[in-house]
Design a protein around this ligand. Sequence first.
Ligand SMILES: Cc1ncc(COP(=O)(O)O)c(C=O)c1O
Length: 403
Amino acid sequence: MTVLDQTRPLDLLADFPAIPQGWAYLDTAATAQKPRPVIDAITRAYDTSYATVHRGVYQRSADMTLAYEAARRRVAGFIGAASADQIVFVRGATEGINLVAQSWGQRLGPGDRILLSALEHHSNIVPWQLLRDRTGAEIDVIPLTADGQVDLVAAEAMIGPQHKLVALAHVSNVLGSILDVRRAADMAHAVGAKLLVDGCQAVPRLAVDVATLGADFYVFSGHKLYGPTGVGVLWAKAEILDSMPPWQGGGSMIDRVTFERTTYAPAPARFEAGTPHITGALGLHAAIDYVEAIGLDAIHAHEAALVRLTREALGNLNSVRLFGPENSAGIVSFAVEGVHPHDVGTILDEEQVAIRAGHHCAQPLMDVLGVPATARASFGVYNGEQDVARLVRGIERVTRIFG
Ligand SMILES: Cc1ncc(COP(=O)(O)O)c(C=O)c1O
């Protein structure tokens, strides 16, 4: 295996207590392991400063409210949002997309169309199908280029004034393909449509600035960004959030309630019914501090080098078929000829290598690729060349076992 010197080791393994020595964790696209500062921030919140937010008149609750709102400002700064009021805390990307579909989507009706791509995660397909079934709007699907990127040339030929929304992944969770978001935004805006970007796999791997990207909605999950599960972010332009009705009712999202009539709080509170995931927000704050201290450009360079190394090494094995573009972001999907990906994953597990095998919640993409499933290695800041070497040794063993 060629060792690429561009693989600048970040040497951060010691920050991740749940990664034992000798275990190659290559499933970061499913969920990232947590660094010590994130674990500490959550433990500290429960150990020493826990209380509810937005309600208490006592000092502890006021302090917790300040910390919770500081997390919101931290998220805003991290993605270049103009104001913290544009940041809605949700459970994750899935909930963020469902929120947009159920609230903003109410304005759609028969004759309106939604444009998705063939590589979307189920969470950026099914909410729109539910909306289609409720409103009579229709869905169109952008095809992919031969190397697995969203074909924006085809999309530009497909889109028209009947399209009200374009919803696309910034980075594919299967292929690692990176979307040209600016171009997609210009394409959508040229016909008066809005662009929703599923940034789940992008925020841990690329510097994201929503103002430069030009999207209208951006969603991501905290747990893929080295933060806790159960917290995620919906960002939207202020005028769009202001125009959206509530989607869930309950405490915290109201202005005044009577049995005759209820008025609602402004965004973002209008979209955050009930007691939020307080410590989740604090953990996300710590996660953003952690990745920003490393630098997204350094993370991207690190993962890009690991992807090159992996593609080169696996590409040298006759039995392996690689999917996706050469320059994928931190994610490599592949198949071993004649071996089901689940068997690949099981044998790799015996070699202390954790990968994901399956349809990756992207069954329509599997249909396009012509396979029921793929094996997927995905990288994080804690990975290094030693993990790629283990993966390749494991795949060599797979091919030996299956002849
Ligand atoms: C591209 C993409 N979108 C959406 C999701 C859904 O994220 P979550 O399950 O955290 O809501 C995922 C998770 O795998 C993903 O990779």
